[in-house]
Design a binder for this molecule. Structure first.
Ligand SMILES: Nc1ncnc2c1ncn2[C@@H]1O[C@H](COP(=O)(O)OP(=O)(O)OP(=O)(O)O)[C@@H](O)[C@H]1O
Ligand SMILES: [Mg+2]
Length: 325
């Protein structure tokens, strides 16, 4: 059964599915107290935004896809879904996949895909590297760590494929600098792999790029509209704003702007945030994100431009109402 236009409320509805279990309960309280600029921005732009926790949602197929939230089916009325999909917990990851697959099978819109294949390209850094490298973007040599008792085989590959340390060991699918570890030697890397492997998160090893910044380029409808530079503070090695990194506005060099636009085109994405690790004159592709990427740290005028682009993109996606894919 299709939702019809008559079902749509006057204000377009957005359901934002988040995972509070990612956070320490005390951090969760702080987040609640601080409110959300994004929520306020979307509400001010005319959307009816509802926040739902992934733990309260049960995906069901029964005649049609359903997302049960208590007695309510969140898919019964047309809505755009923002699903915050990163998590450090493999069990939660499987649950979120079930949610995103169910939304995609329905005639509601999954706003957080925006790429050809959200299950892989929305999250998996290794898949992103292959795609970006094929388009001509510079990509760091990267080793993917096998599972369980085979995990240490990654160390032989590190010795032959990567320059001598330090290294960065990071989860294939995460955000906000969670689980990104700097290892100075192969021995240190081996111990880190020993500790990480039982958790079941897929991990990658790369050379550590010293004195690097992380540039985020915002591409809307094929054109770069803003860029942000994040740099590790003091002697830290993580540039993420959520990990204490310093942020400032940035003018993306032509080559980075051009590659970011090519990436967005290749993914048929009208809103893509492309992250690059830069060090002096050199740069390499780091990852991309869609609507869930932070824009709140941009300087005010760029923040306004990106917020407007975000609203326009969400509105277009919801107007298209593509139906199940
Ligand atoms: N190979 C590397 N060399 C040096 N620093 C790195 C490297 N990889 C990651 N970093 C640092 O760690 C930070 C977090 O890494 P990355 O962006 O890959 O992970 P993330 O958790 O997905 O973050 P985000 O919230 O931006 O999605 C980067 O912003 C950068 O400062
Ligand atoms: Mg990042």
């Amino acid at each position: 059964m299709k939702n019809t236009a008559a079902d749509s409320p006057a204000r377009p509805r957005i359901v934002w599915i988040t995972t509070p279990d990612n956070y320490d309960p005390e951090v969760q309280k702080q987040l609640k107290r601080g409110g959300s600029e994004r929520l306020d921005m979307l509400t001010a732009a005319g959307f009816d935004v509802r926040v739902v926790h992934s733990c309260d949602v049960v995906p069901v197929w029964n005649g049609r896809p359903r997302l049960l939230h208590g007695d309510e089916d969140l898919l019964a009325r047309f809505a755009g879904f923002l699903v915050t999909s990163w998590t450090w917990d493999p069990a939660i990851e499987r649950h979120i996949e079930a949610i995103t697959r169910t939304v995609r099978a329905s005639d509601c819109v999954l706003l957080t895909d925006g790429t050809l294949d959200p299950e892989v390209f929305g999250l998996d850094k290794l898949a992103m590297y292959h795609h970006a490298a094929a388009l001509g973007a510079p990509v760091l040599p990267t080793v993917s760590v096998p599972f369980g008792r085979y995990a240490r085989r990654a160390l032989d590959a590190v010795r032959t494929q990567l320059p001598p340390g330090p290294y960065v060991l990071k989860p294939r699918s995460m955000a906000m600098g969670y689980g990104v570890l700097k290892a100075d030697t192969v021995q240190h890397l081996g111990a880190s792999i020993d500790l990480l492997t039982p958790g079941g998160l897929g991990c990658l090893v790369q050379p550590y790029v010293p004195d690097s910044g992380d540039v985020r380029v915002y591409v809307h409808e094929g054109k770069v509209i803003a860029a942000l530079l994040r740099e590790p503070a003091g002697r830290a090695y993580l540039a993420n704003a959520s990990q204490g990194g310093n942020v400032s506005g940035y003018e993306a060099p032509a080559e980075i702007a051009d590659l970011s636009e090519r990436l967005a085109r290749s993914l048929h994405s009208d809103y893509l945030c492309v992250d690059w690790l830069i060090s002096g004159e050199s740069f390499s592709f780091n990852e991309w994100m869609t609507v869930s990427a932070a824009y709140e740290d941009l300087p005010p005028s760029a923040r306004k431009t990106v917020a407007e682009a975000l609203v326009q993109y969400i509105s277009h996606r919801m107007d298209e109402r593509p139906g199940p894919r």
